[in-house]
Design a protein. Structure first.
Ligand code: FSO
Ligand code: SF4
Length: 558
């Protein structure tokens, strides 16, 4: 196997035997085969589009398949075998339609004709990341594939909420198709700096902005406008179900089905911002948020005592002590030699039956209390901009000197303590704007409020990682209010933490918006070759974080 799609990749270069995330080599090569099959499906569908016979279900299927290959989503070999079979079946249907049932000509690329049996003999060297020999072309292709995975993940949430806007959604699907096809185009490519591939990366970022805005609108339409909310971190006396991941529709269905059962519901990890939506707050049995970011789950799932529903990433291979209380849904899955995690399937119209989980919860002990306080969330764009006057006044009067965007992901490497220390070291006239699970490194610190104005907390959590969109809206509105031409002229700096491929998409989205001087860490993505990185440095002045003192000096003091 060879996988270097996430921050944890071994030695900063690539996982080659098993993944640091727990993904087995066998599953990694199945994921490579699925991606290869998807490229063939995209190729044939692009031909079908020209002839008016494209597969109308291409978009949702490809999004689900791409999402399943994101870090910490699916560890189940059988799932990938099924998806490869289905992808090839769909590819053949559309290819046959293109050729009116005739066999493809001798010039057809291998991705368009390879059979299941042939594909299952292919190794990572044949069809995976390293199959592209040129390191810069490989870098551009794999960065794009990571961006497409992020796009697919957010697109899937829009799809699940039935919030697709036909034209916009179709443009996203066509871009995913174009992006996948671009990775099998072996015609001579120009070198980075002027290549079409760099343009494609920025185009991917543009679609990232679009899909995050659609998801923002979909969430607000379905669940109301988020507002600042103090979420309890303690526990009640009833047994509970813990829901993790990003899927708000699953939370909606779970809350409905647990009503009046005596079973409480708690959020975990990236589900924390759900508490800020009026539709969820209305449920008295949604008690609070249990625990911290995803990588603490081995201890937190154990002490929770009740069932856990994992709706998206980030799943860590479970311990046997709680594996029988763990359930997956959507494209999440886990199985190994000893454990097969139970999976909840979708029925008609996406309906799910959580009866088994609720039944299991009833015989569990209440959660063991880990802490007992509150944590704030809900500073999405509408809430933050409703106090724009106060914020603008605080900037003008010098009470706020800088906004520091510290969005992104948390992770388990010990260097991540940098983010806690950086937040603590920031001067008191700075405000942290955050989204994503990166917030857990500082959202429980008492960093206080802004000087004399009061009422503006120094950490404003906009929500899940896709709610980075809110941070963009806030920046654009502040630019208007201050009458500057570009968000780069605002007193906003970026110190982003990344872990997986949704963060790659968010990063590309920021570049698409022309944001300069972004600092990322705790390491640079391994997929960036020196030449591609050089383009990003020269065009956007992107850099890696260093140490707290140096970064405070260069981002805040100077
Ligand atoms: Fe975190 Fe995991 Fe939301 Fe990611 S839970 S790391 S960027 O999957 O998706 O922020
Ligand atoms: Fe390694 Fe990350 Fe790939 Fe897992 S997802 S195999 S940790 S690079």
């Amino acid at each position: 196997m060879f996988c270097y799609q996430c921050e944890e990749t071994i030695n900063g270069t690539g996982c080659t035997v098993n993944g640091a995330c727990g993904k087995k080599g066998e599953v990694a090569v199945l994921q490579d085969r699925l991606i290869y099959a998807l490229k063939g499906y995209a190729f044939c569908n692009s031909r079908g589009r020209l002839k008016g016979c494209a597969d109308p279900a291409f978009g949702p299927f490809v999004m689900e398949a791409l999402f399943s290959t994101l870090t910490n989503v699916n560890f189940d070999a059988a799932y990938f075998e099924k998806m490869i079979t289905e992808t090839l079946k769909r590819r053949d249907t559309v290819r046959n339609a293109v050729h009116n049932g005739a066999p493809p000509g001798p010039g057809a690329p291998n991705v368009a004709v390879i059979t299941y049996e042939e594909l299952m003999t292919k190794t990572a060297d044949d069809i995976g990341v390293l199959a592209t020999a040129d390191t810069d072309v490989r870098s551009l292709r794999e960065t794009l594939v990571c961006g497409l995975k992020g796009l697919a993940a957010y697109g899937m949430h829009v799809f699940i909420l039935n919030a697709e806007d036909d034209d916009a959604t179709d443009a996203v699907y066509q871009f995913i198709e174009k992006g996948l096809v671009s990775t099998i185009d072996d015609s001579p490519l120009e070198k980075p700096g002027t290549t079409q591939m760099v343009a494609l990366l920025l185009e991917c970022g543009g679609f990232g902005v679009k899909i995050m805005s659609m998801l923002d609108a979909a969430n607000t339409k379905a669940y109301g406008t988020p507002s600042p909310t103090a979420v309890k971190t303690g526990v009640g006396k009833n047994p509970g179900i813990l829901i993790s991941g990003h899927d708000l529709k699953d939370l909606e269905m779970l809350l409905e089905q647990t009503k009046g059962t005596g079973v409480d519901v708690y959020t975990h990890g990236e589900m924390l911002p759900a508490h800020a939506y009026p539709a969820f707050r209305a449920h008295a049995h949604l008690i609070g948020n249990y625990g911290n970011a995803w990588h603490h789950q081995k201890t937190e799932f154990e002490s929770f005592n009740g069932p856990i529903l994992m709706t998206t990433n980030c799943l860590v291979p479970p311990k046997e002590t709680y594996a029988d209380r763990l359930y997956t849904t959507n494209m999440v899955g886990y199985s190994d030699d000893k454990i097969r995690v139970k999976h909840i399937v979708s029925g008609t119209g996406g309906a799910k039956d959580f009866t088994d989980i609720i039944k299991a919860a009833k015989i569990c002990l209440p959660p063991y209390e880990l802490e007992n306080g509150t944590v704030m969330t809900g500073f999405a764009h509408a809430a933050t901009l409703s106090v724009a006057d106060k914020i603008i006044e605080a900037v003008k009067s010098g009470h706020i000197k800088k906004f520091v965007v510290m969005a992104g992901c948390d992770g388990r490497h010990k260097e991540r303590s940098y983010y806690t220390e950086f937040a603590q070291a920031l001067p008191k006239d700075t405000v942290i704007l955050t989204a994503g699970c990166a917030k857990y490194r500082y959202n429980k610190l008492d960093l206080g409020e802004i000087g004399s104005t009061g009422g503006i907390p120094r950490v404003l959590d906009a929500g899940q990682c896709n709610d980075c969109y809110s941070l963009v809206v806030i920046a654009l509105e502040l630019a208007k209010a201050f009458g500057v031409n570009s968000v780069n002229d605002l007193p906003i700096v970026y110190n982003i933490a990344w872990y997986e491929q949704k963060a790659t998409l968010v990063f590309l989205a920021l570049l698409h918006l022309g944001i300069q001087n972004i600092v990322i860490g705790p390491v640079l993505p391994a997929c960036l070759s020196p030449a591609v990185l050089d383009v990003l440095v020269k065009t956007f002045n992107v850099s890696k974080n260093t140490d707290v003192e140096t970064d405070i000096m260069r981002l805040i003091t100077l």
